[in-house]
Design a protein around this ligand. Structure first.
Ligand code: ZN
Length: 430
């Protein structure tokens, strides 16, 4: 019996392509002969981010490693970093995953295994980004049926699939039904829900051109789709199925970000150069094909997200915190924007994020917003940000907005926007 179990676990790992890439390896310096053991989780410019067996991040310069290590990184580093897995802390709350069937539909074949693999990979991606950004090995919790199978709730809808299209509020209608169903049947694990719809099959949509169904975020619920080739085996493949997977899987992971409280934001200049595209910028088009990462500010929001919490006693999104922010002291030169202030609240502020962008502002006009973050962990504190102009991609004109976002321990987010003209902020003697 034991043998069979071990064999089947290996089979799963091989199917995911994890056998080779996911082993901790030994990294040795070219000079000094120091070595460490660990898994590569990110290539950040010349820096390799290695996670040790005790979940510590060690940063090593690629150029200082032995030739053998450098060759390995060149050959398989990117793939290995993407596929490596870390040991995540168990979450106190889990994301609800619902498979939404119109009354006239059946699930797409193999859905349970394909979606389980995709969700576990996504969980690792978020978890590694949280660890890299100093928030520990935490990701969204998943309710598991077995170690490699995610618990997917099958929901048979009231109406046929065409009653829930992409347009005309189809997602809203589906979301309402699903949330009522979760509550009525005691199935809810958290306030965050991912609904997956099998693609329409009609004159426009097939397994190679899936669509027709809702695909967007609706508050804490988000919608994605399933089709026959929605399979981790195609991730990074240079083929029509590989490109299709990036579109719909990258899309799902981005929409899931919205469902986990994330707004859009853009990589800073340095992060873009070293780490690639921000998931909540245009990362839905790059995930799996080109380097994609989660910004520190997005991770700070996830730090306060219900399904990332490891504390079963913490309540989320209930009480609206009281917050007062003293008028900001902002100066702006050609080199940097300096923001200083202080706040008081009745609830612990975990972090403050700063969004900087040019007009127009608002939902879906925020892809270009650059973000910066600072940890607070206090009910009242002074804060200050020095933001180099060279890090900001989007602010070319005179008008810009500084949006402070307060991330509270109960998951609430409060925005304080301030509009400025650069000219008004220049010190007089400059
Ligand atoms: Zn989006």
């Amino acid at each position: 019996m034991k043998k069979i179990l071990a064999f089947s676990a290996l089979g799963v790992m091989a199917a995911l392509g994890f056998t080779q890439a996911d082993e901790a390896r030994t990294w040795t310096q070219a000079q000094g002969n120091k070595s460490i053991q660990g898994k590569l989780i990110k290539i950040n410019g010349d820096t390799l981010e290695i996670v040790t067996n005790s979940n510590k991040i060690v940063k090593i310069k690629q150029s200082e490693l032995s030739q053998k290590d450098q060759d390995w990184v060149k050959e398989q580093g990117v793939k290995a970093a993407d596929k490596s897995t870390i040991k995540l802390k168990p979450s106190a709350n889990q994301l609800n995953i619902v498979y939404f069937l119109g009354s006239d539909r059946e699930p797409v074949e193999g859905y349970e295994k394909r979606l389980s693999d995709l969700m576990l990979y996504a969980q690792q991606f978020y978890g590694k980004e949280m660890l890299r950004n100093g928030f520990g090995p935490r990701s969204f919790g998943l309710s598991m049926k077995s170690p490699d199978t995610v618990n997917i709730i099958m929901y048979k809808a009231k109406g046929p699939a065409t009653d829930y299209p992409y347009e005309n509020g189809g997602g809203f209608k589906a979301s309402k039904e699903v949330n009522e169903y979760l509550d009525a049947n005691g199935l809810r694990k958290s306030q965050h829900t991912l609904i997956i719809f099998p693609t329409f099959y009609d004159d426009k949509n097939t397994d190679m051109t899936p669509g027709g169904v809702p695909f967007y975020g609706l508050g804490k619920t988000c919608c994605a789709l399933d089709y026959k080739f929605f399979d981790i085996a195609h991730l990074g493949e240079k083929s029509p199925k590989g490109n299709l997977l990036t579109k719909w899987y990258g899309g799902m992971i981005h929409e899931l970000g919205h469902g986990l409280n994330l707004p859009h934001n853009h990589a800073t200049a340095t992060d873009e150069k070293n780490l690639g595209t921000a998931l909540m910028g245009a990362g839905n088009y790059t995930f799996g094909l080109q380097p994609t990462f989660i910004t520190p500010a997005s991770c700070a929001i996830l730090d306060g997200c219900e399904v990332f919490s490891t504390n079963p006693k913490q309540e989320f999104y209930k009480q609206q915190p009281q917050l007062t922010v003293k008028p900001l002291n902002i100066t702006c030169t050609d080199k940097e924007i300096t923001i200083k202030g202080d706040y008081k609240s009745d609830t612990v502020v975990k972090s403050i994020n700063v969004f900087i962008e040019e007009p127009p502002f608002g939902v879906n006009r925020d892809y270009e917003a650059n973000t910066f973050t600072a940890k607070m962990d206090s009910k009242s504190k002074d804060f200050s940000f020095n933001i180099p102009m060279s890090e900001i991609n989007g602010v070319k004109g005179n008008d810009f907005q500084v949006r402070l976002q307060f991330v509270f321990e109960n998951g609430q987010l409060i925005y304080k926007p301030f509009n400025f003209k650069k000219d008004d902020l220049k010190p007089i003697n400059e």
